[in-house]
Design a protein around this ligand. Structure first.
Ligand SMILES: Cc1ncc(COP(=O)(O)O)c(C=O)c1O
Length: 346
């Protein structure tokens, strides 16, 4: 009698991982052991955190924590259904009304994530008779939405990176009234989780009926909705957080430039946001640099192909309102020392 041996049908995945390892761009997930803060512990090591999208430091704000706890005590831990079945709680409606007022628009819908908001909206409002003109470096969620809309897609070269904070891109570029659909995330500056779309009442009603992530994903736990409501109050009442973020960002870009790092503005566009890329080019060198920085107490995530084009690998550094000047100076010292040792700056 012979025993049948089953060959591994997923062995091609292992082959692809081996290829990443041979290129030096394979990564392990870094595990955070305490709060998302400017100095925190990843994989047992205390580091200065230059990798978080917690721009305004709201993930640990006492008012947001309290709002989450109170909502959990009052309403439980889950919503129990998708929005269209039985999962629309009063607190979800309150959040949508709050965002609509904040953005000065007629209406708003909240999705489970920013990814879902982009992908769900693009694929719902466009169809195969449409034509999409798309930035080459658009976020994967927009690309996926465009593809699943089945519209024709024309890609143009990237101009600038845009992670808005506070009142968002429309406010930043003063284009009020000229943008019909505004999409934002609640997972970064707002410090919690979710995505939203703002626009006319009819647009939002249409998305309630047609956006697939809205129709097919369970709504947020009440704690998340309550946290986001509290975050918009903080944005209104603590404008100094935004001011501090920009002050840190200006200091950081100036100092990185002074140390000789390529932060864009030549072969690649300059960033006007709290994210400053240190462009290195080679994927392996970038990942080695990131690992070496970590050993020296700085978390700066290496980003290589396919997240950015081949040959444009970079360390993505991100400022928050809660980094102190002393922490930034320490991080700059490490970047400069390790950068010189590895021949990235002279
Ligand atoms: C432009 C853009 N859209 C969407 C997202 C996804 O947002 P979320 O993390 O809320 O899913 C991101 C996150 O990096 C983003 O940068």
């Amino acid at each position: 009698m012979t025993t049948a041996t089953r060959t591994n049908p997923l062995s091609y995945l292992t082959d692809q991982l081996d290829e990443l390892k041979s290129k030096g761009t394979h990564f392990k997930l870094r595990v955070l052991e305490d709060e998302q803060a400017p100095v925190c512990t990843f994989d047992g090591k205390k580091v200065i955190n230059l990798a978080s999208n917690n721009y305004l430091g709201l993930t640990t704000h006492p008012k947001l924590r309290e709002a989450a706890l109170e909502a959990t005590r009052k309403y439980g831990v889950g919503s129990g259904a998708v929005r269209t079945i039985a999962g629309t709680m009063k607190i979800h409606m309150e959040l949508e009304e709050k965002i609509a007022r904040f953005k000065n628009v007629e209406a708003c819908v909240v999705f489970p994530s920013g990814f879902a908001a982009n992908a769900g909206t693009v694929s719902a409002v466009l169809g195969k008779e449409d034509f999409i003109i798309s930035d080459a470096l658009n976020h994967a969620s927009i690309i996926d939405g465009a593809r699943s809309s089945r519209a024709r897609i024309l890609v143009f070269r990237h101009k600038d990176i845009s992670h808005a904070n506070g009142r968002g891109t429309i406010d930043h570029f003063k284009v009020h009234g000229r943008v019909d659909i505004q999409v934002g995330t609640l997972s970064k500056a707002i410090g919690a989780l979710g995505g939203y779309v703002c626009g006319t009442r009819d647009l939002i009603d249409f998305l309630y009926h047609r956006a697939r992530p809205f129709l097919f994903s369970t709504s947020h736990p009440p704690s998340v909705a309550a946290t986001c409501i509290a975050a918009f109050d903080v944005l209104e009442n603590e404008p100094e957080r935004g001011e501090k973020l920009w002050e840190n960002t200006r200091f950081w870009k100036k100092e990185l430039g002074r140390l000789g790092f390529d932060i864009g503005g030549h072969a690649t566009p300059a960033s006007e946001t709290p994210i400053t890329p240190i462009i290195i080019g080679d994927g392996k060198l970038t990942m080695d640099f990131s690992r070496e920085l970590f050993q020296e107490g700085v978390l700066g995530t290496g980003i290589a192909f396919p997240t950015v084009p081949e040959g444009k690998a970079r360390i993505r550094t991100i400022m928050t309102a809660t980094h102190t000047r002393e922490e930034l100076e320490r991080a700059l010292e490490v970047l400069s020392r390790v950068g010189r040792k590895m021949g990235i700056v002279s």
